[in-house]
Design a protein around this ligand. Structure first.
Ligand code: M6R
Length: 612
């Protein structure tokens, strides 16, 4: 959570910083601020609330500094307020710092500094950092170009927790220092200027050349140069990575909101994710994975570990892996997995799914699996993200930048990639040949079918209009449809603030049916021919009790029974979530719009959850 931006060059820094922050607002929007190096010293301007509030700060347009740092906050320590906003400065106002992450030992460090006479003006964990830097800077008797770097390095050695940090100082108007540990930070290389950001898309309009820092690596940036160091300040060589994403793909391109744009990008995202991996008549190709038949035959269990929507994609993956590869598969929530001492050994394959590749719990779960000797595989949408640097193997969804907090195209791309991975495993094992061939055909058809499903937009919008004032909505399904029920309930909750619950349809009568009363909305998904009749019976039970019903189905049902039936194209039940989820993504979107809410930036949430 939190977004950070930095600039060092010859242009006015402030517009570049604010522009970057606006693109990073999805990471948190409790407060925002910038610090620049002006002729008279460090200038900090910040305020509570959204980035756009910065434009109202008197004097912000007059800033001339060509070095600056900036921050948009998702509050952890200390309520959203001006004094808790970043950038923070030390007591002498000589060093300014922005920080994304959590300093776990900040109380201890505060005490250390307080005993030395330092004072604190905020409730944040971050404020210890500029003061520690000041402390070490003053103790250093050498005066050279590395002095700021040395002070930051010493301060970081005292920190426990996670941090992506940018530092500037009035004592060094030629440099900026950055460092990261367990929080994202990328460096964009320009011509006579350099950029920092929490993610690549925010600065993609300035450069396509990026350096990616590993944990506890430092960078000393000047206008024309970037030098890298390890924790002991030994120089580190780094290669530039050229990022092929198109800057325009991170813009709204005429859509009212990123979420709507991203929902409509799903045919392309799926097409790109399939890419060259699947060709009729040939085997599914995962060149980057060299998993042999012997290795897969020896796998005792697959774990799919993730958070939120990515975990829901994992639930669909489990169904495919177990049915087609016959390998026992468990899905786990990363924040639970990491603390429950899971039974793992060198015969376990642990797969971690994360759109951002930066989710703290997922990365911690991955590290734990490696310690226990499991083979680890990351599925992510972001090349060079932290997870890819920790995993033994990485494979990518090619959904393009997902900006809206509510995940849509990343989810459907993850399910597609899991289907392809299942096929690769099954073909390597030589099992389920007929089912695999059928599934391959279905996957190739998916982008066109998604385009068909998007045409249900108007019908879904009308239903949304009918229910947008509801307080509770229930989602039901069986088998793989139940995984879509969970994902759809999450989507509705997070962007419409309507309480939504999901249940396996057959479980309702074991308790939750007590909540069904006249007028309550029940939404069900029915795509599995073997289960459709069972689910219809369950829906009949709620209709009898007065429920309003929406059904998403590709089966023949008696439309007259339900209030609204959204018909979607038929496909294999394995990949049906990719189609059935779309009307329900649209439903959440339209309900949120009707309620006048900020669809892309729902309250209390952030796109990348980089704290636990
Ligand atoms: O970047 P990740 O895929 O690791 O993020 C995981 C969850 O935080 C994320 O899917 C979250 O649940 C979404 N906001 C849901 O729409």
């Amino acid at each position: 959570m939190c977004g950070i931006v930095g600039y060092i060059g010859t242009r006015k820094a402030s517009p570049i910083l604010i522009n970057g922050l606006l693109r990073l607002e999805y990471r948190g929007y409790d407060s925002a601020g910038i610090a620049t190096l002006e002729d008279e010293g460090l200038t900090v301007m910040k305020d509570k609330g959204r980035v756009k509030n910065l434009y109202n700060i008197p004097g912000i347009d007059d800033l001339k500094g060509t070095i600056g740092i900036a921050h948009t906050r998702w509050a952890t320590h200390g309520k959203p307020s001006k004094e808790n906003s970043h950038p923070h400065v030390d007591n002498s106002k000589s060093f300014s710092v922005v920080h994304n992450g959590i300093i776990e030992n900040y109380n201890e460090l505060r005490k250390f500094l307080t005993d030395k006479g330092y004072k604190f003006y905020s409730q944040t964990d971050t404020e210890v950092i500029p003061n520690l830097i000041h402390y070490y800077y003053n103790k250093d008797t050498k005066n050279d170009d590395m002095k700021l770097l040395r002070a930051v390095n010493k301060a970081c050695k005292d920190l426990k927790g996670s941090f992506a940090v940018e530092v500037i100082s009035k004592y060094d108007k030629e440099h900026m220092v950055v460092v990261r540990k367990d929080s994202p930070l990328v460096i964009g290389k320009g011509d006579g200027e350099n950029y920092i950001s929490s993610d690549i898309p925010a600065i993609l309009s300035f450069t396509k050349d990026f350096y990616l820092l590993n944990d506890l690596e430092f960078a000393l940036l000047s206008r024309d140069d970037i030098k890298f160091y390890d924790i002991d300040l030994n120089p580190v060589e780094k290669r530039v990575q050229v990022i092929e994403w198109d800057a325009a793909s991170a813009e709204k391109e005429g859509y009212e909101d990123y979420m709507l744009k991203e929902i409509h990008e799903q045919p392309t995202a799926i097409r790109e994710t399939i890419g060259a991996k699947l060709n009729e008549g040939s085997k599914c190709d995962f060149d980057e994975l060299k998993f042999t038949k012997e290795y897969l035959q020896g796998v005792n269990k697959i774990y799919l570990v993730a958070c939120g929507t990515a975990m829901h994609a994992g639930l669909a993956g489990k169904v495919m892996l177990e049915k087609l590869c016959k390998i026992p598969t468990e899905v786990d929530i990363a924040s639970e997995f990491r603390y429950r001492d899971p039974i793992i050994d060198d015969k376990t394959l642990c797969i971690f799914i994360s759109q951002s590749g930066e989710t703290a719990d997922t990365i911690a779960a991955l590290k734990l699996s490696r310690e226990k000797k499991a083979r680890t595989l990351a599925i992510t949408n972001v090349i060079g993200s932290s997870i890819t640097r920790e995993a033994d193997y990485s494979i990518y969804t090619h959904a393009g930048p997902e900006i809206a907090v509510a995940s849509t195209k990343a989810y459907t791309s993850q399910v597609v990639l899991l289907a392809l991975l299942t096929i690769y495993f099954a073909e390597t094992l030589g099992v389920s040949k007929k089912e695999v061939e059928d599934l391959k055909k279905e996957i190739i058809e998916l982008p066109k079918k998604v385009e068909e499903v998007l045409k249900t937009d108007e019908q879904v919008r009308e239903f949304g209009h009918r229910i947008y004032q509801e307080k509770d909505v229930f989602f039901l399904g069986r088998g793989i449809d139940e995984t879509v029920a969970r994902e759809s309930a999450l989507k509705l909750k997070e962007i419409s603030y309507i309480h939504a619950d999901s249940y396996p349809a057959g479980e309702l009568k074991h308790g939750p049916i007590a909540l069904i009363e006249n007028g309550i909305t029940v939404i069900s998904i029915m795509t599995d021919p073997k289960l459709v009749e069972k689910t219809v019976s369950n829906i009949q039970e709620v209709i009898t009790r007065g429920a309003k019903t929406l059904v998403v189905t590709n089966q023949k049902v008696d439309d007259k029974m339900f209030d609204t039936v959204v018909h979607i194209p038929e496909t294999s039940p394995f990949v049906s979530p990719i189609l059935s989820v779309i009307p329900l993504q649209l439903l959440s979107y339209y309900i949120s719009k009707e309620k006048g809410l900020d669809v892309d930036k729902p309250r209390n949430l952030a796109k990348s959850v980089t704290v636990e």
